[in-house]
Design a protein around this ligand. Sequence first.
Ligand code: NAD
Length: 581
Amino acid sequence: MTQTTRTVNSAGVNLTVHERGDAAAPTIILVHGYPDTSAVWNEVASRLEARFHVVTYDVRGAGESDAPKRTADYDLSLLAADLQAVADAVSPGRRVHLVAHDWGSIQTWESVTTAGAEQRFASYTTVSGPSLDHVGFWMRDKSQRSTRQLVRQGRKSWYIAAFHTPVAPVLWRTVLSKTFAPAIARMEGLPDAADYPSPTLGADGARGVKLYRANVRSSLRNPRERPTDVPVQLIIATKDRYVSPAIALSSKLWVSKLWVREVQTGHWLPRKAPDVMAQAVAEFVDYTEGGQEPRSLRRLRSGASSRAGAREFDDKLVVVTGAGSGIGRETALAFAALGATVVIADLNAAPAEATADLVRAQGVDAHAYVVDVSDVAAMEDFVKRVVADHGVPDVVVNNAGIGIAGSFLDTTAADWERIVDVNLLGVVTGCRLFGQAMVDRREGGQIVNVASAAAFTPSRALGAYCATKAAVLMLSECLRAELADKGIGVSAICPGIVNTPITTSTHYVGISDAEESDRRKRVSKQYALRNFPPSKVATAIVKAVRTNAAVVPVTPEARGARFMSRLSPGAMRRFAQIDAL
Ligand code: NAD
């Protein structure tokens, strides 16, 4: 799509303004930070321009816009006046949506916290730039912040002191103009791009230090009370080297309509993950333009915007496989009781629908799907549909599993294939597809794999089952290590003997159908006598999600077996020789 460029005059300062998309569509103004120019937004703008009127501009002192000489000319009030002038030029008489990053975000807070701002600005999405006034109050208010948080932010803000020294502009024009871009690209893992950073980087860096000099000390020393009624989407970049989550949240007390989205990224979100940024902006703009609030936004409501009596998993999306029966059904119900929207997947339609009805009876949404977890193509289709219809899940419980029991030598290749396909590869596929969706969303999540105490309890009667469950346990440990820095937790649940219908479907190898039927009845009776309810496993699963527990043995015998497997593997081996069938 083409871009048009014009000049907007703000009290004598000429600003270079770029417009894309249909001017009749809702207008989004993207404000860049330091030492960037409007080019920082190119990737995001190109993703938004098909549906919105997208406006970027070089702020005073940067890129193609005028650069006043005096430090006083970079006062926040003048930057706010510039933004007002741009808004009036590109969207006369119609409210605009604001999106801002880094210093652009600091200056845009000034605009949205001016009295009556909600008449001019329909929404504000802010990333990596707090209001200096809000920070000023945060620093003073010991009930809001700890000394540790203050020290942590102090360590991240060393460069602000450096910008107050006379050498800073000189360094920008000489050394940093050449070294800054490759250093930041390496440190932040930014993709190579011809359009960014701008060729004016050295000059922008040198002139832009005036932004800090004109505003930081004065605002932090004498903060002004600055509330706002503009709806704010506060994006917290969890790995930001310059802005800590605590300081980003300093605005919480001042915003009446607040949504907080945590994104697993460093400081330059608009360049690092433009898809994520554009999606977050589009979702918020659509809603604040008068659309229905999607579940994916409702779950981000924060502070004064949260609902009274909110429950722990309200508006979270939880997927449970094998949820037509036993532990899976109880897990779906446990999350539903805490407010979650639940996706119920099972091999069989009728039990899945029955679970969905039970979930709906708790007053939350449920969606039933028929899928065989061992069918990779069917799982790919299932995951695609879930993500398209309901969004990326916050929690995935890979629970579907089957039982096969009997001697190893009686277990056929087909038996092995079936149990590995369902118990191990079904879990692998669930982790792989939903895990990728969670990583791409960058908002973390929790994967729960239902293994078994059989994972650490060898048995001559359960070789195939034990092998698959041990593999699920180890897979979960490995995946946990891999996904930790993406904010995604992985838990392995290891129940012992739980009273569920699994005993009526377990396949006993090496015996006739009649003998198998008898054995199922006998074992079902034993499980019923033991009478450990699946609802208690569901409670353990919810707790594992809450605490990101690594391995959770459930039932006393599971805990005992886990303990003994470490204390005395020899005793476990002798125990394994008993023919329990
Ligand atoms: P269950 O038989 O009551 O429920 C299992 C559900 O999974 C059923 O609804 C079934 O239709 C579904 N399922 C089976 N194969 C599937 C497939 N290929 N694709 C999709 N869905 C499928 O059993 P349960 O006891 O609730 O078992 C749940 C999980 O807990 C299993 O992984 C099992 O190995 C594990 N587990 C159970 C016990 C126990 O004592 N019950 C102990 C330890 C671990």
